[in-house]
Write a protein of this length. Structure first.
Length: 286
């Protein structure tokens, strides 16, 4: 068990400048205990190879967000080992965690955009980790940064909204801006925490298609927390089912059985009559 901290860019022979090489993620017996004693993750072991597309499903409070926040270094590991790329996150210092976060693109349910700023300004925020402070303060982004921002916006189909105010866009468009911002980071991993939970079903499918395309075309490692099982089935090649902080299913999303769903949700998915939480929402929307 190594506690050595390496520069995130020094992943298994991967240079930080090689934007095209994604990172893997490995958890070995990871437990996360919040300061108030709540166990968010309980002895979780996972091996997520570079370039994976993973859907994480589970009831509210099962630990999906905790898993994502832990991988991103926002929540400390209480015990066990977490490796992201070449870095042992569970033993990393704050400086190393900041560097790590520069390599991980995050997408949230609430988009987290600066509403009064333009789409372009929002996407350029993704270049911050790669931009000297003085340039950021002056807003003097390099032409190459702008090119990266344009390309990211183009890849999610909203280049034409470049100068629109972010708050003037629809929810689906705002989420695409958030994805473009993550892509402008030239990340090694994209983590999305319920990115489509606030969107209507057709828009949700559009955003999921974008994430899936990013995974296949850029060979990026993509982890997506989802409430909707059908979305997990359609877009998650691999599905991780969580319950009470533990992994209770890990396998192909397409072939999960009723028994597997029962293990994740506590009862059969077919019994829609009084299903609680996520499962009933999923039945209602699909
Ligand atoms: N900052 C925190 N402090 C204390 N406990 C927390 C904190 N964040 C989450 N928890 C607890 O950790 C457990 C897992 O929560 P988490 O937010 O990871 O679940 P989730 O699967 O993302 O749920 P949801 O679907 O509602 O977003 C829950 O019991 C929750 O109450
Ligand atoms: Mg959550």
């Amino acid at each position: 068990m190594s506690t050595q901290v390496r520069r995130p860019g020094a992943a298994a022979g991967v240079g930080a400048e090689d934007a095209s090489t994604p990172w893997g993620i490995a958890l070995e017996g990871v437990t996360v205990r919040y300061p108030n004693g709540t166990v968010g993750l309980n002895n979780v072991s996972l091996d997520i190879p570079p370039g994976s597309m993973v859907a994480i499903v589970g009831l509210s409070g099962s630990g999906k967000s905790t898993l994502i926040r832990t991988i991103n270094g926002l929540v400390p590991v209480s015990s066990g080992v977490l490796r992201v790329g070449g870095a042992t996150v569970s033993a990393a210092r704050p400086g190393a965690l900041r560097a790590l976060r520069g390599e991980i693109g995050m997408v949230f349910q609430g988009f987290n955009l600066a509403g009064r700023a333009s789409v372009l300004q929002n996407v350029l925020v993704g270049r911050l980790a790669h931009t000297p402070l003085w340039r950021t303060l002056l807003g003097a982004y390099r032409p190459a940064d702008r090119e990266i921002a344009y390309e990211a916006l183009d890849s999610v189909g909203i280049l034409h909204k470049l100068y629109a105010r972010a708050s003037d866009l629809s929810g689906g468009q705002q989420q695409r801006v958030a994805i473009a911002r993550a892509l402008a980071q030239q990340p090694k991993i994209v983590l999305a925490d319920e990115p489509v939970a606030s969107l209507d079903p057709p828009t949700a499918h559009g955003v999921m298609r974008d994430l899936r395309r990013i995974n296949t075309e850029r060979d990026l490692t993509v982890l997506v927390n989802l409430h909707l099982l059908d979305l997990a089935r359609e877009y998650g090649v691999r599905m991780i089912g969580m319950r009470a902080g533990e992994v209770v299913y890990d396998g192909p999303a397409a072939t999960a059985t009723d028994r597997d769903f029962e293990r994740i949700y506590g009862r059969a998915i077919g019994a829609a009559d009084s299903l609680g939480g996520d499962a009933s929402r999923e039945r209602g929307v699909q």
